[in-house]
Design a protein around this ligand. Structure first.
Ligand code: GLN
Length: 532
């Protein structure tokens, strides 16, 4: 079986929505009954996204198999409703490490090890391996960065070679560019597109499809002009204009005939009727659009200056709202600004505290956790938000005045949250947290059990610290229940306060399992409690 490849490149500038284009194309092919997946190439020298600041790069998306990946992997999972393994996020560091290790083992003995062919071979090997191992009909590969960047050159060169080796009937290049409109008259400027395609052709890649980002639909005359300068037929120039929701992008591309274009280029014919797939997808997209009534949620976190830092949490809240027919409006509040003004939280139907690392802004989170508990405001804490809810309870209910997490105060006499024992000897920061999916056992007759309706769930993790078991008895005597655990009861996974309207915390990251049409259970429980 021959896997077909679609390579998505980007021009002009970053942030054009290449990830959404990649996901949308893959979605359309999936709706057409093709076995598809996506790969993200990140041409940076970090081994993975785990050590990067979320305020600069957006969220670190954790895969089922414990990869700390670029946030685009989350888009792929949400669009396709399928898990993406960590091998699908390829970075420069991974490629070079493999090549250098092979060189040290002596695998290239006698040869001068070079970018071409050794680095490009390793890039191609990884892409082909994914296609073969997963027996894919079509693999869509997004090359991060912008054409012209020095860093992306080896990757683009490898993709160019792949086209030569696999044949043009098996490889399509899609180039995503920008077509800005400068004035109210709305003339759509094609020069940036012309230049970025020139740049691409200079390195030997002729795009088959142009996807032009624009604020309003591309005029026919603009398409013609782009076609002429880029050597792509007008029919294969697609308008990617602004729409209300990213999940509407597959439809606008489909309406312009992109599926036919791709299938014709690949020589695939005889499509089966896929209307049932479309009905299901449309009802999901509509449910996200047509909700009514408002649930006001405050998200109190450390990285709110870039809402992409919590992109999966934002989506998960919307999925949950759609399920109960409500619009979730989110105010992002910097936990560092929470102080004497914690009362402002009273105007919200619910408060969510997502993950975080380090002491900056932590006291604001502890205040938030305490205030919502006292005022009976629905509270949902994820990871850091779970740990600091326990700290707040220790300080204000159990009367341990200096209760803390040792992540924030190493000298506290009441380490309610402490380093995982196996972390004590860890010295490398990269890839060394407790990561990925782990099995969690849920206790009967708890909010946790009611929420998951199961004795067992599997969820993704990313943490170094955990609840100190020494404090469990005293917490339970004071009204906080630890309602789920993992690793033979070694660690606590969920907490709740039964006397409260909704006070729930989870050590894991439920946001990574939420998908449009299939909200993660804890988010659904939180939003439905907040909407009452
Ligand atoms: N900083 C905490 C830990 O390492 C919480 C991590 C998180 O919120 N993802 O355990």
């Amino acid at each position: 079986m021959q896997t077909k490849f679609i390579f998505v490149t980007g021009g002009v500038m970053s942030g054009l929505g290449k990830g959404v284009m990649t996901s949308s194309i893959a979605k359309l092919l999936q709706l057409s009954n093709q076995k598809v997946s996506c790969v993200k190439i990140d041409p940076y020298l970090n081994y993975d996204a785990g050590t990067m600041n979320p305020i600069a790069h957006g969220e670190v998306f954790v895969t089922e198999d414990g990869g700390e990946c670029d946030m685009d992997i989350g888009n792929y999972e949400r669009f396709l409703n399928q898990n993406i393994p960590k091998t699908h996020n390829i970075t420069t560091a991974q490629i070079y490490s493999t090549v250098i290790e092979a060189e040290r083992r002596g695998e290239y003995l006698g040869a001068c090890v070079q970018i071409i062919p050794h680095v490009t071979d390793e890039i191609k090997r990884r892409i082909r391996k994914i296609a073969e191992d997963e027996k894919l009909d079509i693999l869509v590969v997004e090359c991060g960065g912008t054409v012209g960047d020095i860093e992306s050159l080896p990757f683009l060169e490898a993709l160019r070679q792949l086209r030569l080796e696999e044949g043009s009937q098996n490889v399509i290049f899609v180039h995503v560019t920008l077509t800005p409109s400068l004035d109210v008259v709305g003339e759509q400027k094609t020069k940036p597109t012309q230049h970025s395609v020139q740049e691409l052709r200079r390195i030997g890649i002729q795009p088959d499809i142009i996807a032009a980002r624009c604020s309003s639909p591309l005029h026919e005359s603009t398409k013609k002009k782009i076609s002429m300068f880029t050597n792509v037929t007008t029919r294969d120039v697609f308008s990617c204009h602004d729409v209300e929701s990213i999940f509407m992008v597959p439809q606008i591309l489909y309406d312009q005939g992109i599926v036919d274009t791709i299938f014709t280029k690949f020589g695939k014919f005889g499509l089966v009727n896929t209307s049932a797939n479309w009905d299901k997808w449309n009802s999901i997209v509509n449910s996200l659009q047509t909700a009514q009534g408002n649930v006001k949620i405050a998200m109190v976190g450390k990285y709110v200056t870039l809402t992409d830092s919590y992109v999966s949490v934002n989506h998960a809240l919307k999925h949950a709202g759609a399920k109960i027919g409500k619009v979730v409006s989110i105010d992002w509040i910097d936990s560092e600004t929470i102080n004497g003004n914690v009362d402002d939280l009273s105007k919200y139907d619910g408060v969510i505290v997502p993950g975080g690392f380090g002491s900056r802004g932590a006291e604001g989170i502890i205040k938030t956790a305490n205030y919502t508990r006292e005022k009976n405001i629905p509270y949902f804490g994820i990871c850091f938000g779970f740990q600091l809810a326990a700290v707040a309870f220790g300080r204000h209910v159990c009367d341990f005045k200096d209760a803390n997490s040792t992540e924030l105060d190493q000298n506290t006499t009441n380490p309610i949250v402490d380093l995982l024992p196996e972390q004590k000897t860890v010295s490398n920061m990269g890839g060394s947290l407790r990561l990925g999916a782990h099995e969690i056992l849920v206790k009967g007759n708890t909010l946790a059990h009611k929420t998951y309706n199961s004795d067992k769930v599997i969820r993704r993790h990313r943490h170094r610290y955990e609840i100190n078991k020494k404090y469990i008895d005293i917490f339970e005597k004071n009204g906080m229940v630890f309602s789920a655990e993992s690793d033979n009861a070694k660690r606590m996974e969920m907490l709740e306060i039964p006397s409260h309207k909704f006070y729930f915390g989870v050590q894991f990251h439920p946001e990574f399992n939420s998908r449009p049409g299939y909200p993660e259970e804890a988010f659904e429980a939180f939003i439905s409690a907040a909407s009452k």
